[in-house]
Design a protein around this ligand. Structure first.
Ligand code: GRF
Length: 235
């Protein structure tokens, strides 16, 4: 039985009777039966979507994680083709729809989404979405934040900046999303060496390998171990 008033649809409610302590009238109580339904995660991506595909394949046999939907602001992003191959619906939305604060929450609600993963998603997340999913939106950044983050720091720009700065290492940062680009609390970082002869493309390749290795594992860790906290929004 589902509780209609509960936005976390993955919880079943079990009703049971108990006598009131004071007047002995019968009471109908309910309590959560946790972890029966999978955590539903939406992935937002603007580009190729290799991380999206890697995450979905990683959890393919895991009944506790479900990826019912991929959303993108780019109709021609390759992530749509990956979604089609994986048999997962993908949706394109316009910048206006993203910012109006209604369209995306409606879609997420319709699919009973609990958490959101940004995997190469380029638009800034509007406050209304952050408020709806407090500490339930995570992003991956292809450098070691707080260095090489912020507006305009995405994809090739990041790796070129790392190379131009003569850095000896780069890496990945997985972090919660707040109202500012790349400034939410850091969950995890991993590093790779950068050689003086490395081109931005070579750095990108090393960083991508780190992303594919760690992103799904971190998703599993934060949302497997802390499921009740995720659901109550206290993480
Ligand atoms: C990744 O490098 C990610 O860190 C950044 O965008 C890139 C997306 O790559 N945010 P892909 O589309 O998943 O291949």
């Amino acid at each position: 039985m589902r509780c209609k008033g509960n936005k976390f649809y993955r919880h079943n409610l079990i009703f049971h009777e108990k006598k009131c302590y004071f007047c002995t009238n019968p009471l109908l109580l309910c309590r959560f039966k946790q972890n029966e339904m999978p955590l539903k995660i939406a992935i937002l991506a603007s580009g190729s979507g290799s991380n999206a595909e890697n995450i979905i394949r990683y959890f393919a046999e895991n009944k506790m994680f479900d990826f019912p939907l991929i959303l993108s602001n780019k109709p021609d992003a390759y992530v749509h083709q990956r979604a089609a191959l994986l048999g997962i619906p993908s949706v394109t939305f316009s910048r206006e729809e993203f910012l109006n604060g209604v369209t995306i929450p409606d879609i997420l609600k319709k699919h009973h989404i609990d958490c959101i993963v940004l995997a190469g998603f380029l638009l800034k997340i509007p406050q209304v979405l952050i408020d709806l999913y407090p500490n339930k939106i995570i992003n991956i950044h292809p450098a070691l934040l707080p260095k090489f983050g912020g507006k305009g720091m995405y994809g090739h720009h990041v790796h070129k900046a790392v190379a131009d700065a003569g850095e000896t290492e780069s890496g990945i940062t997985i972090h919660y999303v707040n109202g500012n680009y790349d400034e939410g609390n850091i969950i995890f970082q991993a590093t790779c060496p950068v050689l003086p002869t490395d081109t931005p493309d070579m750095i990108a390749e090393k960083v991508h390998a780190l992303e594919h290795e760690h992103f799904p594992k971190i998703i599993s860790e934060i949302w497997n171990n802390n499921k009740s906290q995720v659901v109550s929004g206290k993480q």
